[in-house]
Design a protein around this ligand. Structure first.
Ligand SMILES: *Cc1c(COP(=O)(O)O)cnc(C)c1O
Length: 367
């Protein structure tokens, strides 16, 4: 055995850089606000954050929890960080002290920011979060003009950006009209709105009219793509991570031998199988048994039986072909069958779940 078999994640710095360049091209050179929420989509906040931070095309990083914002600073990230989520006043002060930009959306925001500005003796930089139809976070567009008038008039607040999130549906054009309306009214009142940003990965590929002043993708930076995107456009991105482990057992089944819980696979003839010590507790989906494959050496092998918490079994065929200690890749860029979008398709899941469900405890290494 040549190394530890425990599953790990390779984070590919070159692929990440290529995706940043690809996104920047697609965005016509607009700056990128790189979304690194949910542990940088599984790549690891402390691993992917600093790698993204150093690219000139990346203007800043965006997260959804205060803990993520603080973790990024502790990992050495220097660029502006935007918290696209709720924060109470105490946490807001901690964040402002670390140069994290807040995204106000509540009615009391102007007063809270005023208090923070007095405490820090300087204007508080913010990005105004507008709700144009998601009904999730953001100031509802109908009340937004009056709310912006109150915020934007204060010297204690510096509006660096204004943004909204699209539903990524046929409703997007209506949301874009609402956003443009609020922007027009606010500007007519003399409000400074900073950089406008709307497009996630979906918008980047499918809503060219939503690019505005800055783009805000997550998924595409990590090399996966919205499921509607295919062909050369999809191929322009490279998965920037790989979920790997090493083979820990190679055995021959006799006819009638079953595999794993429930014996959903029973050998019809003598067949070789291999056990991989990675399972659904690591984030490899249970439904991978519905057609996913693992790459071992130059060939891919079908997942059979069941994906249990910590183990997955693959069918090798008539010959053993591989040995204990060989590296197996479950998700990655080295073969079309293990591309995250293809794994998601075969497993009947969203590609976001393939990335974001990768267990945070798995070791990440930059390669
Ligand atoms: C997650 C998120 C994004 C990035 O979305 P992707 O589809 O991963 O590109 C952008 N904006 C907001 C508000 C988000 O929550």
């Amino acid at each position: 055995m040549t190394g530890r078999a425990d599953p790990w994640i390779d984070v590919k710095a070159r692929a990440l850089a290529a995706n940043v360049a690809s996104v920047a091209r697609r965005a016509g050179g607009r700056p990128i606000l790189a979304v690194v929420k949910n542990n940088a989509y599984g790549l690891g906040l402390g691993t992917a954050g600093p790698l993204l931070d150093r690219h000139a095309a990346v203007a800043g990083l965006a997260v959804v929890t205060a803990a993520e914002a603080i973790a990024l600073r502790e990992a050495g990230v220097r660029k502006p960080i935007l918290l696209m989520g709720y924060t109470d006043e105490g946490t807001a002060a901690e964040l402002v002290a670390r140069e994290v930009r807040l995204a106000p959306y509540l009615d009391g925001a102007a007063d809270m920011l005023q208090r923070l500005a007095e405490r820090f003796q300087r204007p508080i930089p913010v990005h105004l979060y507008l709700d144009t139809g998601m009904s999730r976070l953001g100031m509802p567009f109908r009340r937004a003009p009056a709310w912006i008038a109150e915020l934007a008039g204060r010297r204690s607040i510096r509006v660096e950006g204004t943004f909204t999130a699209l539903t990524e549906s046929e409703f997007d054009p209506e949301q874009l009209r609402r956003f443009a309306d609020v922007v027009r009214q606010a500007r007519a009142q003399g409000a400074e709105l900073g950089r406008l940003h709307v497009a996630s990965s979906h918008g980047l590929f499918l809503r060219p009219e939503a690019l505005f002043d800055m783009v805000r993708p997550g998924l595409a930076l990590y090399g996966a793509h919205p499921s509607e995107v295919t062909g050369a456009e999809a191929d322009d991105l490279t998965p920037a991570f790989a979920l790997r482990t090493r083979v820990v057992r190679v055995e021959r089944l006799e006819p009638g031998d079953g595999v794993s819980y429930g014996r959903r696979y029973v050998a019809q003839r003598p067949t070789w199988i291999a056990t991989l010590p990675v399972g659904h507790a690591d984030g490899y989906p249970r439904s991978a048994v519905n057609g996913c494959e693992a790459l071992i050496g130059r060939r891919t092998y079908r997942v059979i039986g069941a994906v249990s918490a910590s183990h997955t079994i693959v069918e090798l065929g008539d010959e053993p072909r591989i040995g204990v200690g060989d590296v197996a890749t479950l998700v990655g860029d080295e073969h079309p069958s293990i591309h995250p979008n293809e794994v998601a398709r075969r497993a009947g899941m969203s590609v976001y779940d393939i990335l974001m469900h990768l267990n945070t405890a798995l070791p990440r290494q930059v390669v």
